[in-house]
Each structure stands twice: as C-alpha cells, then as structure tokens.
Design a protein around this ligand. Sequence first.
Ligand SMILES: Cc1cc2nc3c(=O)[nH]c(=O)nc-3n(C[C@H](O)[C@H](O)[C@H](O)COP(=O)(O)O)c2cc1C
Length: 201
Amino acid sequence: MYYTNDLEIKPCRGDCSCMRTTGKCFQEDDMNWLLPKVEDANILVLASPLYCDGVTGPMKMFMDRLVPVIHLTMEIRDGHLRHPARKDMNLEKIVLVSNCGFWEIDNFDPIVAHIKAFSKNINAEYVGELLRPHGHFFRAMLENDMSVNDVIESARQAGCQLVENGKMSSETIANVSRPLMSRDAFLQMANQNLLSDQNQE
Ligand SMILES: Cc1cc2nc3c(=O)[nH]c(=O)nc-3n(C[C@H](O)[C@H](O)[C@H](O)COP(=O)(O)O)c2cc1C
C-alpha cells in the first residue's frame, strides 16, 4: 500500500517520449520504483477520497504518470481507437475505493465513470468499486464503536473475493455502501456540527 500524498510524484510534462520509445519518464522521482511495481501487479487498487467530484490531486498525478505502460501507436480495441499495452505488463484489473462527504451514492458517478474510462485506456479490466458515502460520519461511528464493523468486514470480504474469484459480489459491494442513517438525520446532524464549529470561531 502506497500513499500518493507521501510520495514525490511530479506532474506529467506531456513530453510523451515514455510512450513513444523508452517506456520510462525522463523525470527522476518516486515513480522510478513505483511504476515497475504497477507493471508487475495483477490488480491495481486506486483509493482516493472524492475531491470536487474526482480523485485527489496527488492521485491524478500518479494516474497521469502511468501512461508509460501504454505505447503511443494506436489500435482498434472493442470498436474504439486506443493505445496498445506494452507487452511486458502484467496489470489485468483495476478497482476503485472511495469515500465522500455527502450522503447520496450518486456523488460517486463522475469518479466511477473516470476510472472506468481510464481502465479501458490503459488496457485493464475495470472490476468494480467500494464506495463509502457520508464517510465523515462513518469514521466518527467507527471510532465510537457504533455497529459499523460489518462495513469494514464487507470491504475485507470484497478483497478476498477479488483475489480468489477475480470479482467482488454485488451484495458485498452494496453492504460497504449501506446507508448509516437516513438522509434527514444526516442533514440535521451535519448542520448541527457545522453550526457549533462556526459558533466556536
Ligand atoms: C477539497 C475537497 C473537495 C471535496 N469534494 C467533495 C465532493 O465533491 N463530494 C463529496 O461528497 N465530498 C467531497 N469532499 C468531502 C470528502 O470526500 C470527505 O470528507 C471524505 O470523507 C474525506 O476523506 P478522508 O476522511 O479519508 O480524508 C471534499 C473534501 C475536500 C477537502
């Protein structure tokens, strides 16, 4: 497990010599050792909180710097022009793990669409997502022992299913995202907390 926030990953400079020839970026940073690990892995799990309807900045920089895994030439794949994968890559599957602040699950629609499209473009199968809406409350409930361990247990099971069967069951995925409270209760509690923070300022 690697935290993009703690790594030095410089932004892609759009030079594309990595895709055209060497398969290696001209920049020296933590991607030097991280990219070979991605190429060797069978499954890549991208985990990011939802920031402005997408992944965080450091995660996006990491994703941009994965382009050396594909070649700049083009081919038609599933009726669509794409870049072919480099022959020496093992990466087969991509999974998304995300949490967000708002209550509704549809807040994740843009990030899911993004990672699905990204998976197609780097020639890996998108195998699904573990999503935790109202993540802030989830953390508070977890810290206060408020019967949300089943959510953690489902996330663990999803990982086992992925390794053993190559996919996660829809029941397990649904339990990871299960509502922790009604939307009205969430709205009331969130505003209470926010207003009391405001009064303390
Ligand atoms: C810059 C920023 C942008 C955010 N954008 C969204 C958003 O678009 N939708 C949403 O539901 N939550 C959004 N959030 C809330 C976070 O997704 C939420 O607080 C999440 O639990 C943070 O994850 P963490 O506790 O692992 O840091 C945003 C938070 C920040 C700081």
